[in-house]
Design a protein around this ligand. Structure first.
Ligand code: KGT
Length: 280
């Protein structure tokens, strides 16, 4: 079985209406190119770090102009669409923070799976770039493998990529593809992005689908781009060369998953072992 997938690389503007206008033509292009599953980056409805503007813009997922517009577009084009993530009200009582939520939309426009980013990005990089995602995002508390006509799709977001045990669990729970939509920083993108994506593919024997934000955004932040599709043997099937918005397409040979896992059956070789002993 072959699946044509497309990743959309974006430079999302700072309102949901503008974000939809930015991404929709690229999704139409991908559908015209024959993609049946289309994936967008993290924060594709709203990439806005200026706190007041962001707080004013964030709304419920069913009221969000980009999310509702993207659902209608999936129905119109008859494609499956992963909204890599949308920043929306979490819907949890007693927590004013938003969710960084990945939504899988089927070809009828229905939301068939949702995943809230588990690991939030609280770091200060050597160049002084500093993020405290936990101050605005309430992390989720569960992992998700969604059923698609082409097999299980593991849903993760951005910084999750650094937690390999999550990916191993997704593979063992039936994922054959794993989405890693992102808005990576430039310094960590340059140093780690490709290596992390290829490592997650090799370790899981899954296709890795990693659509990225790229370039300089309206709020001044800069993201890494270089969206990438990696095969289950770790080979790069497609990569965006830079930061510009674009469509990245590949034909996935779904049998490659079994081939990789037969060649190296690591997922069946896990051992239970004693925790590391501390040596005085
Ligand atoms: O909040 C938004 O608007 C969208 N979310 C993001 O941009 C998130 C949290 S700040 N970015 C990352 O996780 C980058 C991870 C990264 O760069 C790394 O792991 O090196």
């Amino acid at each position: 079985m072959t699946l044509r997938v497309a990743l959309i690389q974006t430079r999302t503007p700072a309102t949901q209406e503008a974000a939809l206008a930015h991404v929709a033509p690229l999704i139409r292009q991908a559908a015209k190119d024959g993609a049946r599953l289309i994936l967008t980056p993290e924060g594709v409805n709203l990439l806005e770090q200026r706190r007041e503007r962001r707080e004013q813009a964030v709304t419920d997922q069913d009221a969000d102009a980009a999310v509702t517009g993207l659902r209608a577009l999936a129905r119109e084009l008859g494609v499956w669409l992963l909204i890599g993530s949308a920043i929306v009200r979490s819907g949890r009582e007693g927590d004013g923070r938003a969710a960084n939520r990945s939504l899988l939309i089927d070809d009828g426009g229905e939301t068939v799976a949702a995943y809230d980013k588990l690991h939030v990005f609280d770091v200060t990089l050597p160049d002084g770039e500093s993020w405290k995602e936990s101050s605005v995002i309430r992390p989720g508390d569960g992992a998700v493998v969604a059923a698609t006509p082409w097999g299980g799709l593991g849903m993760t977001v951005c910084y999750d990529v650094r937690f390999p045990h999550l990916y191993r669990q997704l593979a063992k729970a039936g994922a054959v593809m794993i989405a890693i939509p992102a808005a990576f920083t430039r310094p960590t993108g340059e140093a780690h992005w490709e290596t992390l994506l290829r490592a997650r593919a090799i370790e899981t024997g899954c296709f890795i689908l990693a659509p990225a934000q790229g370039g300089e955004h309206e709020d001044g932040r800069k993201t890494w781009g270089r969206s990438m599709i990696v095969g289950p043997w770790g080979e790069v099937l497609a990569r965006a060369e830079g930061d510009a918005p674009c469509v990245l397409t590949a034909d996935l040979d779904m049998e490659a998953v079994d081939r990789a896992r037969r060649a190296v059956p690591q997922l069946t070789h896990d051992r239970d072992f004693d925790p590391p002993a501390s040596r005085p």
